[in-house]
Design a protein around this ligand. Structure first.
Ligand SMILES: [Zn+2]
Length: 91
């Protein structure tokens, strides 16, 4: 008799250690970086970089803008719209 012991214990080691870390965009708020505390709604070129085509404001997850500046940005964009500088959301 051959004592053929099969070791079928799953010995999977060193595979993919689980858990993708959610990579947070480092605080890359453009306005903080430039120490801007007022966002000029007349700066259409700058604002439009935060307003993709549909006229929606880019979420800060994507833009990396901090909440303070995101608010300012939103306000500036609204003003810009009222001043016909920026397009309204076209939904
Ligand atoms: Zn900021």
């Amino acid at each position: 008799m051959s004592s053929d012991q099969r070791n079928d214990r799953g010995s999977r080691q060193g595979g993919q250690g689980g858990g993708r870390r959610f990579v947070r965009a480092r605080k890359s708020c453009k306005f903080c970086a430039e120490k801007i505390d007022y966002i000029d709604y007349k700066d259409a070129r700058m604002l439009s970089s935060f307003v993709p085509e549909r006229g929606k404001i880019q979420p800060r997850r994507i833009s990396g803008t901090c909440s303070t500046h995101q608010r300012m940005l939103a306000a500036a964009i609204k003003r810009g719209r009222n001043a016909a500088i920026l397009p309204f959301a076209t939904d």
